[in-house]
Ligand binder design. Structure first.
Ligand code: C2O
Ligand code: CU
Length: 585
């Protein structure tokens, strides 16, 4: 055992040295765009990510999946083999705009029919911009089973990026939450009458590792089912060399939770958000919502004779899940040596002001981000409410709860199938008398497959307006994510958005561009984007169960310019007909 640990440690040291040698010797030839060809076998496997045995989805055996590591301009080809046996799959490349490759967006019901068991689907796209992105399942609530990973894109020749400080090493941190129930039970509960909420996750994971308190399952729990000594659930380790600076690329792939992330005794400098450079700011804790990525710089300059805690804790919902813990390990301390301290508690879960303040602190690094158009062509206001529709709990936008048609939108649009989704445009505003501070009494909500059609290349503002849920004195945080584009974040506010006074306060000088942004409780968030990517794109809350309950919208623009649907994307709904026709023809 001892020699095994020694070996592991030596390999770790060797890896560290190899990375540093690479770093020194890479300034040579001008890089040519490469093609990365991956073959991913997707299968169910039993994993003990938090010491509890759970059927998880693995990519080539790994949960979370492997990192995609590429250089700006490279082409990524992923052959996805669905070996789930009884379940479809679709993989979305979150933050990659898919310019010219709309059919590879990986969204079931929008750009493709999910891939059936035994089939292979090939995604092909260019990573056109350096930054930190992610991939994950976009089929039902399947993401929760662990089908996700990080995409890291570097500048050509791995040039030092225009960060305020150079950094020595570049590392990944994937944050997630973990349920012991599978998504089928959850989906059934969410669509039952009476409604059954999924509840808080059992564990929080850092780089796919957590620790569930097995004794909660009773003293006679089978060690085959839950076992704290299982080596695969030992805490994640972030090893640092004293004096060096680390860039951590942090991605949140949670199903539900919003987090505060911190490293005990160390500040971090936030430098990147969703692939754009941030005017650096220093913070002790980083708030991160599902679907967001950040890069932070951390200097390993504290007392190197001990280890420290890296922690995540739930914010914005009353926590019922123990904090997630990793070990921030100063080399050459043993990486499993527990820090001598209690893990820092993190901020109060309901300190909304401090979360809004951090949102407001995220500005684009001057000179590195395109400025927004000064005006917009259209303003769409989206009131976020909970409703019951036919006795079921749903989430709605302006009283419309959205669902996906059985024929993917993009195929329907390209083939002029006007009967597969609702052609009436959804509402662009809500009743101005609506009281956002009281329990929703909007009983007239409806379900729809309708879409927002935007003029190609026009500039569109989206005002997300939060409100009280169906529970008294409760308003939730919703991380909204847009496919196919980045948007400028023009502002956040509390209460009801006021068209007269709030527009004047927009940040038009240095707003950050992002693809995911929080809508804070009882607040509003204003976004602007240019509809310059032909196709149809999802805009949705990144909380799995909210998405499942209809918290989504679709933006179409210039879809006539998209190439014809590849056969591989068809096979469901009305698109089956097309395949048959082609075969007959
Ligand atoms: Cu990461 Cu449609 O989402
Ligand atoms: Cu939500």
């Amino acid at each position: 055992m001892g020699s095994l640990l020694f070996l592991q440690r030596m390999t770790r040291i060797l890896i560290i040295f190899q990375v540093s040698i690479l770093w020194v010797s890479i300034d040579v030839p001008p890089a040519e765009a490469r093609i990365h060809n991956y073959t991913w076998e997707i299968s169910y496997q039993y994993k003990f990510l938090d010491c509890y045995k759970k059927l998880s989805i693995a990519i080539n055996g790994m949960t979370p999946g492997p990192a995609i590591d590429a250089v700006q301009g490279d082409t990524i080809i992923v052959n996805v083999i669905n070996n789930l046996v009884m379940e479809n799959v679709a993989i979305h490349w979150h933050g990659i705009r898919q310019i010219g490759t709309q059919w590879s967006d990986g969204t079931d019901g929008v750009t493709q029919c999910a891939t059936m068991p035994g089939d292979t689907f090939t995604y092909k796209f260019v990573v056109d911009r350096a930054g930190t992105y992610m991939y994950h399942s976009h089929y039902g609530m399947q993401r929760e089973s662990g089908l996700y990973g990080i995409i890291r894109v570097s500048l050509p020749n791995r040039q030092p990026e225009p960060f305020p400080f150079p950094y020595d090493y570049d590392r990944d941190i994937i944050l997630s939450d973990w349920y012991h129930h599978n998504p089928y039970e959850q989906a059934t509960n969410l669509s039952s009458i009476p409604f059954q909420w999924v509840g808080e996750p059992q564990s929080l994971l850092i780089n796919g590792r957590g620790k569930y308190n097995c004794s909660l399952l009773g003293s006679s729990v089978d060690p085959e089912v839950c076992n704290l000594t299982n080596p695969t659930c030992s805490p994640a380790v972030l090893t640092v060399i004293p004096g060096k600076t680390y860039r951590y690329r942090i991605a949140s792939l949670t199903s539900l939770s919003s987090f505060s992330f911190q490293i005990e005794g160390h500040n971090m400098t936030v430098v990147e958000a969703d692939g754009t450079y941030v005017e650096p700011f220093v913070t002790q804790n980083l708030y991160i919502y599902s679907g967001e990525t950040f890069s932070v710089l951390v200097n390993a300059t504290q007392d190197p004779t001990r280890n420290y805690w890296a922690t995540i804790n739930v914010v914005s919902r009353k926590p019922a899940t123990p904090d997630g813990l990793a070990i921030f390990n100063y080399y050459p301390n043993h990486f499993h040596k527990l820090p001598p301290t209690v893990p820092p508690p993190g901020p109060l879960w309901n300190d909304t002001d401090s979360r809004i303040n951090q949102s407001l602190a995220i500005k684009a690094l001057q000179g590195h981000v395109e400025s927004p158009p000064k005006t917009s062509d259209r303003v769409i206001v989206l009131l976020n409410t909970q409703n019951t529709i036919d006795g079921k709990y749903r989430w709605s936008l302006n009283n419309v709860s959205h669902s996906l048609p059985t024929t993917p939108y993009l195929i329907a649009l390209k083939e002029n199938m006007s009967d597969v989704f609702d052609q009436t445009p959804p509402p662009e505003n809500y009743n101005p008398d609506y009281d956002i501070f009281n329990v929703a009494n909007n009983t007239n909500a409806t379900s729809s497959t309708s879409i927002y059609r935007l003029i190609f290349n026009s500039t569109v503002d989206i005002i997300l307006q939060n409100a009280n849920t169906m529970t008294k004195n409760n308003s939730e945080t919703h991380p909204w994510h847009l496919h196919g584009h980045d948007f400028w974040v023009l502002g956040y506010g509390t209460g009801k958005f006021n068209n007269e006074t709030d527009v004047g306060k927009y940040n038009l000088d240095n707003p950050i561009m992002k693809n995911t942004v929080p809508l804070h409780p009882y607040g509003w968030t204003a976004l602007r984007f240019r509809a310059d990517n032909p196709g149809i794109w999802l805009f949705h809350c990144h909380i799995e169960s909210h998405f499942f309950m209809g918290m989504l919208a679709l933006f179409e623009s210039g879809s006539v310019m998209v190439s014809d649907p590849p056969q591989a994307n068809m096979g469901c709904g009305e698109s089956k007909r097309l395949i048959n026709n082609t075969i007959l023809a």
